[in-house]
Ligand binder design. Sequence first.
Ligand code: FES
Length: 203
Amino acid sequence: MTDWTTSPQVERILSAYPDKKSAVMPLLYVAMTEYGYLTDEAIQKVARLVGMTSVQVSSVATFYTMYKRQPVGTYLVSVCTSISCGLLGAKGVLDSIADEAGVPPGETDDAGQVSVEHVECIGACGGAPALQVNYELIEGVTPDQGRALVQWLRSATPPLINGDEMQALFGGQRSFDWGPPDPTGAVGPVPALEGLGSTGEAP
Ligand code: FES
Protein backbone atom coordinates (compact mmCIF):
# COMPACT_ATOMS: atom_id res chain seq x y z
CA MET A 1 0.00 0.00 0.00
CA THR A 2 1.35 3.41 -0.94
CA ASP A 3 1.53 6.01 1.78
CA TRP A 4 -1.92 7.51 1.43
CA THR A 5 -1.19 10.10 4.14
CA THR A 6 0.96 12.09 1.71
CA SER A 7 -1.38 11.83 -1.26
CA PRO A 8 -2.55 14.98 -3.10
CA GLN A 9 -6.06 14.20 -1.90
CA VAL A 10 -5.01 14.28 1.75
CA GLU A 11 -3.00 17.46 1.16
CA ARG A 12 -6.04 19.06 -0.45
CA ILE A 13 -8.32 18.09 2.43
CA LEU A 14 -5.89 19.38 5.06
CA SER A 15 -5.42 22.68 3.22
CA ALA A 16 -9.19 23.25 3.06
CA TYR A 17 -9.45 23.89 6.79
CA PRO A 18 -7.77 26.62 8.85
CA ASP A 19 -7.63 24.17 11.79
CA LYS A 20 -6.38 20.71 10.85
CA LYS A 21 -8.64 19.10 13.45
CA SER A 22 -11.61 20.05 11.27
CA ALA A 23 -10.32 17.62 8.62
CA VAL A 24 -10.74 14.59 10.87
CA MET A 25 -13.98 13.34 9.31
CA PRO A 26 -13.02 13.52 5.61
CA LEU A 27 -9.67 11.97 6.49
CA LEU A 28 -11.43 9.09 8.26
CA TYR A 29 -13.45 8.71 5.09
CA VAL A 30 -10.26 8.52 3.01
CA ALA A 31 -8.80 6.01 5.46
CA MET A 32 -11.95 3.87 5.07
CA THR A 33 -11.43 3.78 1.31
CA GLU A 34 -7.80 2.74 1.83
CA TYR A 35 -8.25 0.00 4.43
CA GLY A 36 -11.88 -0.99 3.94
CA TYR A 37 -12.50 -0.17 7.59
CA LEU A 38 -10.86 1.92 10.28
CA THR A 39 -7.97 -0.13 11.57
CA ASP A 40 -5.95 0.97 14.60
CA GLU A 41 -3.21 2.00 12.17
CA ALA A 42 -5.67 4.13 10.20
CA ILE A 43 -6.84 5.84 13.39
CA GLN A 44 -3.23 6.54 14.43
CA LYS A 45 -2.34 7.97 11.03
CA VAL A 46 -5.36 10.26 10.97
CA ALA A 47 -4.52 11.37 14.52
CA ARG A 48 -0.99 12.31 13.43
CA LEU A 49 -2.31 14.19 10.40
CA VAL A 50 -4.70 16.36 12.40
CA GLY A 51 -2.76 16.72 15.66
CA MET A 52 -5.21 14.82 17.85
CA THR A 53 -4.74 11.76 20.01
CA SER A 54 -5.77 8.35 18.77
CA VAL A 55 -8.40 8.24 21.51
CA GLN A 56 -9.91 11.50 20.31
CA VAL A 57 -10.02 10.30 16.71
CA SER A 58 -11.42 6.96 17.82
CA SER A 59 -14.18 8.75 19.73
CA VAL A 60 -15.24 10.43 16.48
CA ALA A 61 -15.03 7.18 14.52
CA THR A 62 -17.14 5.25 17.02
CA PHE A 63 -19.81 7.95 17.35
CA TYR A 64 -20.85 7.74 13.69
CA THR A 65 -22.12 4.33 12.62
CA MET A 66 -21.05 4.76 9.00
CA TYR A 67 -17.41 4.66 10.11
CA LYS A 68 -16.69 0.96 10.50
CA ARG A 69 -14.18 -0.29 13.07
CA GLN A 70 -14.50 -3.90 11.92
CA PRO A 71 -14.05 -5.35 8.42
CA VAL A 72 -17.15 -5.20 6.25
CA GLY A 73 -17.92 -7.25 3.17
CA THR A 74 -17.57 -6.06 -0.39
CA TYR A 75 -21.31 -5.40 -0.25
CA LEU A 76 -22.75 -3.76 2.84
CA VAL A 77 -26.52 -4.28 2.88
CA SER A 78 -28.16 -1.79 5.25
CA VAL A 79 -31.86 -2.38 5.89
CA CYS A 80 -33.87 0.45 7.41
CA THR A 81 -36.00 -0.73 10.32
CA SER A 82 -37.31 2.64 11.50
CA ILE A 83 -41.00 3.37 11.83
CA SER A 84 -42.20 3.79 8.21
CA CYS A 85 -40.20 0.84 6.94
CA GLY A 86 -41.06 -1.16 10.04
CA LEU A 87 -44.78 -0.66 9.47
CA LEU A 88 -44.44 -1.84 5.88
CA GLY A 89 -42.55 -5.05 6.53
CA ALA A 90 -38.87 -4.17 7.03
CA LYS A 91 -38.47 -6.97 9.59
CA GLY A 92 -39.38 -9.54 6.95
CA VAL A 93 -36.99 -7.93 4.46
CA LEU A 94 -34.16 -7.93 7.00
CA ASP A 95 -34.85 -11.54 8.01
CA SER A 96 -34.85 -12.81 4.44
CA ILE A 97 -31.66 -10.93 3.58
CA ALA A 98 -29.90 -12.19 6.70
CA ASP A 99 -31.11 -15.72 6.00
CA GLU A 100 -29.91 -15.63 2.39
CA ALA A 101 -26.59 -14.09 3.41
CA GLY A 102 -26.22 -16.71 6.15
CA VAL A 103 -25.30 -14.18 8.82
CA PRO A 104 -27.28 -12.28 11.45
CA PRO A 105 -27.51 -8.47 11.24
CA GLY A 106 -24.24 -6.88 12.26
CA GLU A 107 -22.08 -9.61 10.76
CA THR A 108 -20.25 -10.51 7.55
CA ASP A 109 -20.24 -13.82 5.71
CA ASP A 110 -17.12 -16.00 5.80
CA ALA A 111 -16.18 -15.05 2.24
CA GLY A 112 -16.09 -11.37 3.17
CA GLN A 113 -18.58 -10.72 0.42
CA VAL A 114 -21.82 -9.65 2.12
CA SER A 115 -22.40 -7.78 5.37
CA VAL A 116 -25.89 -7.22 6.74
CA GLU A 117 -26.93 -4.52 9.17
CA HIS A 118 -30.08 -2.76 10.23
CA VAL A 119 -30.05 1.00 10.28
CA GLU A 120 -32.21 3.91 11.31
CA CYS A 121 -34.17 6.03 8.80
CA ILE A 122 -32.28 6.54 5.53
CA GLY A 123 -34.58 9.29 4.30
CA ALA A 124 -36.64 7.22 1.89
CA CYS A 125 -39.77 6.78 4.02
CA GLY A 126 -42.03 7.37 0.98
CA GLY A 127 -40.55 4.28 -0.64
CA ALA A 128 -40.58 2.06 2.44
CA PRO A 129 -39.35 -0.55 3.02
CA ALA A 130 -36.01 0.83 1.87
CA LEU A 131 -32.46 -0.41 2.04
CA GLN A 132 -29.03 0.46 0.75
CA VAL A 133 -26.14 -1.49 -0.69
CA ASN A 134 -22.89 0.38 -0.16
CA TYR A 135 -25.13 3.37 0.57
CA GLU A 136 -26.86 3.20 -2.83
CA LEU A 137 -30.63 3.20 -2.30
CA ILE A 138 -33.35 0.71 -3.24
CA GLU A 139 -36.99 1.37 -2.31
CA GLY A 140 -40.13 -0.70 -2.08
CA VAL A 141 -38.30 -3.96 -1.42
CA THR A 142 -40.12 -7.19 -0.56
CA PRO A 143 -38.58 -10.10 1.36
CA ASP A 144 -38.29 -12.12 -1.86
CA GLN A 145 -36.64 -9.22 -3.66
CA GLY A 146 -34.21 -8.83 -0.77
CA ARG A 147 -33.29 -12.47 -1.05
CA ALA A 148 -32.84 -12.15 -4.82
CA LEU A 149 -30.67 -9.08 -4.28
CA VAL A 150 -28.21 -11.04 -2.15
CA GLN A 151 -28.12 -13.84 -4.74
CA TRP A 152 -27.42 -11.27 -7.45
CA LEU A 153 -24.63 -9.59 -5.49
CA ARG A 154 -22.93 -12.95 -5.07
CA SER A 155 -23.36 -14.15 -8.64
CA ALA A 156 -22.90 -10.91 -10.60
CA THR A 157 -20.31 -9.41 -8.20
CA PRO A 158 -20.91 -5.92 -9.63
CA PRO A 159 -17.78 -3.74 -9.35
CA LEU A 160 -20.00 -0.66 -9.22
CA ILE A 161 -23.09 -0.45 -7.06
CA ASN A 162 -25.65 1.73 -8.79
CA GLY A 163 -28.95 2.54 -7.13
CA ASP A 164 -30.90 2.92 -10.38
CA GLU A 165 -29.79 -0.51 -11.59
CA MET A 166 -30.72 -2.19 -8.31
CA GLN A 167 -34.02 -0.33 -8.15
CA ALA A 168 -34.95 -1.61 -11.62
CA LEU A 169 -34.00 -5.17 -10.71
CA PHE A 170 -35.24 -5.46 -7.14
CA GLY A 171 -37.19 -2.36 -6.15
CA GLY A 172 -40.83 -1.33 -6.10
CA GLN A 173 -42.61 1.86 -5.08
CA ARG A 174 -40.21 4.84 -4.95
CA SER A 175 -40.48 8.07 -2.97
CA PHE A 176 -39.97 10.08 -6.17
CA ASP A 177 -39.99 8.62 -9.63
CA TRP A 178 -39.27 11.86 -11.48
CA GLY A 179 -35.60 12.12 -10.64
CA PRO A 180 -33.06 12.11 -13.50
CA PRO A 181 -31.18 8.86 -14.12
CA ASP A 182 -27.96 8.62 -12.15
CA PRO A 183 -25.32 6.40 -13.77
CA THR A 184 -22.81 6.97 -10.98
CA GLY A 185 -22.49 4.73 -8.00
CA ALA A 186 -20.33 3.45 -5.20
CA VAL A 187 -17.03 1.71 -5.81
CA GLY A 188 -16.13 0.99 -2.23
CA PRO A 189 -17.34 0.53 1.32
CA VAL A 190 -18.12 4.22 1.69
CA PRO A 191 -20.86 6.47 0.32
CA ALA A 192 -20.12 7.64 -3.23
CA LEU A 193 -18.82 11.20 -3.00
CA GLU A 194 -17.49 12.78 -6.15
CA GLY A 195 -15.30 15.24 -4.29
CA LEU A 196 -13.56 12.42 -2.44
CA GLY A 197 -13.00 10.24 -5.48
CA SER A 198 -15.21 7.33 -4.47
CA THR A 199 -17.67 7.37 -7.35
CA GLY A 200 -17.69 5.35 -10.52
CA GLU A 201 -19.89 5.41 -13.59
CA ALA A 202 -21.91 2.52 -14.89
CA PRO A 203 -20.67 1.22 -18.28
S1 FES B 1 -38.25 4.91 8.05
FE1 FES B 1 -37.12 3.75 6.55
S2 FES B 1 -36.41 5.27 5.20
FE2 FES B 1 -37.41 6.42 6.74
